[in-house]
Design a protein around this ligand. Structure first.
Ligand SMILES: Nc1nc2c(ncn2[C@@H]2O[C@H](COP(=O)(O)O[C@H]3[C@@H](O)[C@H](n4cnc5c(=O)[nH]c(N)nc54)O[C@@H]3COP(=O)(O)O)[C@@H](O)[C@H]2O)c(=O)[nH]1
Length: 716
């Protein structure tokens, strides 16, 4: 026999023999064979029996004389709540029966219901209802347990918008207990606003019911809890339908997305900002420029884009390391932001390049004023750790709509203008001009030509002697690079050196010059010529390059030239750029044994006190002072002062660019011992310089010059 076929146990509580007999007969009838009747005379006995036996239905004999009345019913129902009770009443006791129904009885039976048709039917029906009710309760319990164990908040309302249910997570997020919230208007319990505008968000339940479809919240929705705490939430709200398809309410499932939204914001921030300076990056800038353009177009006014490149930032990075470089970039970023309006955008493009958007200018002159102000503010020393660094910048400016109609063109043209500032001396600003693009193309072609020239070995050296101004004997030789380009012919160094410096090719080029010059000097010595020092020009980028000192050492050891025969010429500008590191680099070079010269002296702003810090051996007076010594020239106080200063510091003092004997005589008279210039010899190829070594003292006879400019030919 299976569990389903087990007879239903029916407990009769009472003592009415008539009823007992009727019931027994009714339940023994063939159609009702699946019942088992058990009996209890008293309520207590009945309670005891149901506690021991699994009872399907209780038949409680209402007996107003005995003690089985409505109170007994209540007692039984509360003691054995899961067992349905049918009351057996006599005819005329229907009023009590009605009260019993109110107090927990499932139904009542009159004596004439105790027949073999009605009684089994009533018992079977009640037992089945109980089973279904049990199953429903179990299912509901399961559903509630599920709803309370999921991570999402669940909130239900009826059709009129009153809360009918909230699960445990919803209780936490709303700050309302279920029992307090149920029956309240949704708006009293669920308060949402737009995270950006702070305006109340539309009621999603109402929407779902009105539109009879699933709806979601707006992306920035914020839930304000009863205590004022706020959570970013995401939700989905759906209408609830009854069996006939009628909408009877709505269910909303929502969850706290505060952390996820914060992470998403962080990711989006990182994608739009520069990691070193925290400034907007190229992506965000392009977006801002595009927005600025849209607005400017509508309002028919200009906007400006500035391209700022720091001057010689590479040296700082190379000499002081990337850590210091990064800190300087951060300091520059702060300085820029502090000196602009909050509506302007300062962005870092990478490296030492910044692009600034000025969306609120009236005239282009406003941009120029802003650029000048930025350059001025940048110059103030930046305190980085123990060091105080000074940096300049070059700014190119492009204006919408004149110089471009989109972000890319405006940035590119501002970059072009910035490049022009660089080529014209740096630390300034310039507006973009259409003609600049031609120059950029030409400059790029020149850079490509130099690169090719280095590969194809199109460069060579000329040598210009330095002489004793009284005896005219050769005291040294300066190596000067030359470039014979197959496409361009002989290109003057004044044209290609700045491009080589700007592109960084000067490092490779300088290494070659250094090696070749040392090699030539050593070859001359080996050939028996009087050993004189050879001078090599060193650009700023080479000097600050990390491998420079090693390169000098390598050139000397590879060629076998003694270090005392090598003079490195550095301009005042190079020396003064970062005095602290200059002192250290010069000390390292001196320790190799090479000599150091200040080239073009007098054109920069170096003060004597600074010069004293440098282990200088030679002072080369700039050509501009020598030029002043013309036929009508009387006296040059500055020239005399420079010579005296050089002599008193025990430097070799060499005057550059001596072209006429009057200049030689004047300089000699002012105690300048050495000189260099066309009067003695132009720069010459190595073999011709040998002839010069072997000839009589230089510059005494009249010499015929063939050609001019950078390639004069000396005809002795
Ligand atoms: N980093 C490097 N720079 C170099 C190298 N070679 C040259 N240069 C620099 O290029 C500039 C132009 O050089 P150049 O055209 O060779 O001119 C030199 C001489 O020809 C010129 N000079 C010499 N005597 C006279 C004269 O009597 N009159 C006159 N008008 N010009 C004369 O002067 C230049 C030498 O200058 P300096 O270096 O200051 O002694 C120039 O700045 C070079 O430095 C290189 O290999 N590396």
């Amino acid at each position: 026999m299976t569990a389903r076929e087990e007879p239903l146990k029916i407990l009769y509580i009472g003592t009415d023999p008539n009823s007992i007999e009727k019931i027994r007969c009714a339940l023994q009838a063939p159609r009702a064979s699946n019942f088992e009747l058990i009996k209890a005379s008293t309520l207590l006995e009945g309670i005891e029996r149901v506690s021991k036996e699994k009872t399907a239905v209780v038949l409680l004999q209402f007996d107003l004389q005995g003690n089985l009345g409505v109170d007994s019913l209540e007692t039984f129902c509360s003691t054995a709540p899961g067992i349905p009770v049918l009351i057996l009443v006599k005819d005329g006791q229907e009023a009590f029966a009605a009260e019993a129904l109110e107090r927990g009885a499932r139904d009542y039976l009159l004596p004439h219901h105790l027949d073999s048709y009605s009684l089994p039917r009533a018992l079977t029906y009640v037992a089945k209802c109980e089973r279904v009710a049990d199953e429903l309760i179990a299912e509901k319990d399961r559903a509630l347990a599920t709803l309370n164990s999921i991570g999402d908040a669940v909130l239900c309302t009826d059709n009129s918008g009153r809360v009918t249910y909230l699960n445990t997570v919803a209780e936490g997020l709303l700050g309302w207990r279920r029992e307090d919230a149920i029956g309240l208007e949704l708006s009293q319990v669920f308060h949402i606003v737009d995270g950006v505008t702070r305006k109340p968000s539309p009621d999603p339940m109402k929407l779902a019911i009105q539109e009879d479809k699933t709806v979601g919240l707006s992306a920035d929705c914020v839930l304000v809890r009863q205590d004022g705490c706020e959570f970013a939430i995401a939700d989905s709200t759906a209408p609830i339908h009854d069996q006939s398809g009628q909408c009877v309410g709505a269910v909303m499932v929502f969850h706290d997305v505060t952390a996820a939204r914060a992470t998403a914001l962080q990711i989006s921030y990182a994608a739009q900002h520069d990691i070193v300076t925290d400034l907007p990056n190229r992506l965000l800038l392009n977006d801002r420029i595009s927005q600025g353009i849209s607005l400017a177009r509508r309002q028919n006014r200009p906007i400006a884009v500035m391209f700022l490149d720091l001057d010689h930032f590479k040296y700082i990075n190379d000499a002081l390391g990337h850590g210091v470089g990064d800190k300087l970039l951060q300091s520059v970023a702060k300085r820029l932001v502090a000196n602009l309006r909050s509506s302007d955008t300062v962005s870092r493009q990478g490296g030492d390049e910044f692009v600034i958007l000025l969306p609120d200018i009236v005239h282009s002159a406003d941009a120029a004023a802003s650029a000048k102000n930025l350059l001025h503010s940048l110059r103030e020393p930046h305190d980085i750790g123990e060091q105080s660094l000074v940096i300049d910048g070059s700014i190119g400016i492009s204006i919408y709509p004149t110089d471009g109609l989109d972000a890319e063109t405006l940035i590119q043209n501002a970059d072009t203008a910035m490049y022009h500032v660089k080529t014209e001396g740096r630390n300034d600003c310039q507006f973009f001009k259409e003609s600049m693009n031609m120059k950029v193309v030409e400059r790029q072609a020149l850079e490509a030509g130099i690169r090719r020239g280095l590969e194809r070995k199109e460069f060579f050296l000329h040598y210009q002697p330095m002489v004793c101004l009284s005896t005219r004997e050769i005291t040294g030789v300066e190596a000067l690079i030359r470039w014979e380009s197959p496409e361009r012919g002989l290109v003057p160094p004044s044209e290609f050196i700045p491009v080589a410096e700007d592109s960084g090719l000067i490092v490779q080029m300088g290494r070659w010059v250094l090696h070749s010059a040392c090699e030539q000097a050593r070859a001359w010595q080996d050939a028996g010529l009087p050993p004189v020092p050879i001078s090599v020009n060193v650009s700023a980028l080479e000097f600050r390059h990390l491998g420079f000192i090693d390169g000098v050492q390598a050139a000397l050891s590879e060629t076998g030239l003694a270090a005392r025969y090598l003079v490195l010429e550095l301009t005042e500008g190079v020396l003064m750029e970062d005095v602290e590191s200059t002192v250290s680099l010069l000390a390292q070079l001196k320790s190799l044994g090479v000599h150091l010269a200040v080239d073009d002296f007098g054109t920069g702003f170096s003060s004597l006190s600074y010069l004293r810090q440098f282990p200088i051996d030679v002072l080369k007076i700039d050509i501009s002072f020598v030029r002043e010594i013309g036929p009508v020239q009387t006296d040059s106080a500055i020239l005399s002062a420079i010579i005296n200063m050089g002599n008193s510091l025990k430097y070799r003092v060499i005057a550059e660019g001596i072209e006429i004997d009057k200049q030689r005589a004047y300089l000699l008279d002012k105690q300048c011992a050495e000189g260099q210039g066309y009067l003695f010899s132009p720069p010459l190829p190595a073999p011709q310089l040998v002839d010069l070594f072997l000839s009589e003292p230089l510059g005494q006879r009249s010499r015929k010059m063939a050609g001019s400019g950078n390639s004069p030919r000396y005809d002795s």
